[in-house]
Design a protein around this ligand. Structure first.
Ligand code: UPG
Length: 347
């Protein structure tokens, strides 16, 4: 991470799963100050005690409230904007709340960054923003549009505003893997929505890597995704069960929940068409044209792309592959140790 030499950094939503991992990584450098803007004073207090590091300054506030954003932004050089409403079902029931936090809140953060002369803002988005069908994804898609519009208007004069999109973070709070682990621990059947549903699988560290990559590589308005493998939910359930020594688990089929898709897309085919392949990452440059389309034409031709980049067509892991991946995750290693299973035995 090269942030260290470059002055104070703000992480919005800094007490969440991503935010706190990012903060810990930044603290491992010689960074001078990290500010956290978040709503939950109890989470801040817990984190303050855990970190016990005077370089971290906590701001209680809300991205919806532009004054609290301005106070937190004043004097920082870089922003990682992770604050969001991200639960699919709750946003389905309260979509207006998703608009206030994910769309208006992001606009507040970027505007404050522009006014305060901040150098870069990395905005975190999700695969659910691609061809969105649920309120969470729609609000994140709008956040992306707001970020790109700011980048287009300000060009090289404003902060470098960029976007990262990632898929499911394995073992994140409230996600399916901890649910399966708890069901196995208590001897309950595993609840599977649709056995054929697929999801990209990414670790928390890989999501932080992606954001760091955007931070170091972005030009205004760029969008980055990290390539990732995927599995079906059924194989994920079987892999978690096998790790805990259950070879033929009882599975209860729940059916698709509110706003869920059969598969997720990290890039639409239109984005894939103009994406640059950076090895582990794709970069999609901003469409910086104005509305005077006749002023623009492309020289040379790119190969026509006829597919999206989805959890159905990316590298597919089978049960053995998912098990191997899960074994690399520290929370799974801890769960196995607590259950008295060695990683070798579980594999
Ligand atoms: O009891 C359950 C719960 C979930 N699932 C399935 O497991 C997969 C993953 O579900 P979950 O871990 O709840 O993640 P998603 O609903 O895909 O959404 C998560 O991943 C997004 C990124 O794609 C984040 O933005 C969201 O906050 C986060 O909830 C999905 O196919 C679900 O249908 C089950 O089979 N059984």
């Amino acid at each position: 991470m090269t942030t260290s030499a470059q002055g104070p950094v703000l992480v919005t939503g800094g007490t969440g799963s991503f935010g706190s991992t990012m903060v810990r990584r930044l603290l491992a450098t010689d960074i001078e100050e990290i500010r956290i803007l978040s709503r939950d004073e109890a989470k801040q207090d817990k984190m303050r005690r855990e970190l016990a590091d005077g370089r971290v300054k906590f701001h209680v506030g809300d991205v919806r409230d532009s004054r609290s954003v301005e106070d937190a932004v004043n004097g920082v050089r870089h922003i990682f904007h992770a604050a969001a409403l991200k639960q699919v079902p709750s946003c389905e029931f309260f979509p207006q709340q998703a608009v206030l936090t994910n769309v208006n809140g992001s606009d507040n953060v970027i505007r404050a960054a522009e006014r305060a002369g901040v150098e870069s803002v990395v905005c975190l988005s999700t695969d659910k923003a691609v061809y969105p069908i649920n309120a969470m994804g729609i609000s994140k898609a709008m956040m992306e549009k707001v970020a790109q519009a700011h980048a287009r208007h300000r060009g090289d004069d404003g902060p470098i505003v960029s976007i990262t999109r990632y898929g499911n973070v394995m073992y994140s709070r409230g996600s399916v893997i901890p649910v399966f682990v708890e069901q196995l621990r208590t001897g309950k059947p595993l609840t599977v929505t649709d056995p054929t549903m697929t999801r990209f699988l990414m670790s928390l560290d890989e999501s932080v890597d992606l954001v760091e990559y955007a931070f170091t590589e972005a030009k205004p308005g760029d969008l980055f995704v990290r390539k990732a493998p995927a599995s079906t939910v059924k194989d994920l359930a079987l892999a978690v069960a096998a790790l805990f020594g259950v070879e033929d688990p009882e599975i209860r089929i729940l059916g698709t929940r509110h706003g869920e898709k059969l598969y997720e897309s990290l890039l639409s085919r239109e984005e894939l068409q103009k994406a640059d392949d950076h090895g582990d990452y794709f970069r999609v440059p901003l469409d910086a044209r104005s509305l005077e389309y006749e002023l623009f034409f492309e020289e040379g031709e790119r190969e026509l792309v006829d597919h999206d980049y989805t959890s159905h067509n990316t590298e597919r892991l089978d049960v053995a592959g998912v098990k191997e991946l899960l074994l690399t995750l520290p929370p799974i290693q801890r769960e196995l140790a607590a259950a008295g299973r060695s990683p070798e035995g579980a594999a």
